[in-house]
Design a protein around this ligand. Structure first.
Ligand SMILES: [Zn+2]
Length: 252
């Protein structure tokens, strides 16, 4: 499967997927025009829109794209009242076939009540919407820190080589936050520098990998004794450490 990034708005990524047998799919088109421009350039049409959650910057392109391409809209069953015109309702723990590719749905509470992530095992790809960002995680708009901690652990449990396609380019700001809470991490400076060089040249820091996020993302390390010691939270449970880190990030 070929995966392409389509930048939208200030810092969103819409993802285009082309399966081995030529099915053309987009994930979370918050805006139609960048998708239309991409499809025109590639000489493609559109068969399916996939959704992770209901926020406007992930769904606002649907109407125009469905009118133009008569495509299907597949999205989370629990967001049926908030994502119009869905043709397939995606359920937790179910596997779905898209031409030559398959993906598994995982329900991830925390950012929105119905948020799902889409795991393409054979293609080593995870589309995680606004659940996880590189070195960060989504804001808790409709869920608790405990729910989000459980959700990000589902991502942490995937194979290390899995590529993580996050829906926003927030990596640089997240890296600054990480530096503020763990300034003496031995790999900090070279990672900050890598990100800075990429962003200066307008190169995407996405996809990340499960291995990278497990090692560095503070939100996946709420049970890491080194980080817990740095934060002086030795007596706290991981879900409380997670909540503390999320609060620090919200207030940054
Ligand atoms: Zn969102």
């Amino acid at each position: 499967m070929k995966i392409s990034l389509i930048p939208a708005f200030d810092d969103n990524y819409i993802f285009h997927l082309l399966t081995e047998d030529g099915l053309s799919i987009v994930v979370d088109p918050g805006d139609a025009q960048p998708v239309i421009d991409y499809l025109d350039k590639e000489g493609l049409t559109l068969q399916i829109i996939l959704h992770t959650h209901h926020h406007w910057d992930h769904i606002n392109g649907d109407k125009k794209l469905q009118e133009k391409y008569n495509c299907e809209i597949w999205g989370p069953e629990h967001e049926i009242m908030r994502i119009p015109n869905m043709t397939v309702l995606l359920e937790d723990e179910q596997t779905y076939t898209l031409g030559a590719s398959q993906f598994k749905v995982m329900h991830t509470l925390g950012h929105t009540r119905g948020h799902i992530i889409l795991y393409f095992e054979k293609d080593n790809a995870l589309f995680c919407g606004d659940t996880l960002f590189s070195l960060g995680c989504g804001r808790l708009f409709e869920g608790t820190a405990e729910e989000m901690w459980l959700s990000v652990q589902k991502i942490r449990a995937l194979p290390n080589h899995t590529k993580i396609y996050c829906a926003h380019e927030y990596t640089q700001a997240n890296a600054s936050f990480w530096q503020s809470i763990e300034p003496n991490h031995p790999d900090m400076l070279h990672i900050l520098n890598d990100i800075k060089i990429k962003r200066k040249s307008n190169i995407a820091t996405i996809p990340s990998t499960v291995a990278f996020e497990k090692k560095y993302n503070p939100f996946l390390r709420a049970d890491d004794p080194t980080l817990i010691a740095t934060l002086q939270l030795q007596k706290k449970r991981p879900k409380d450490v997670f909540a503390h880190i999320r609060k620090l990030r919200d207030n940054m």
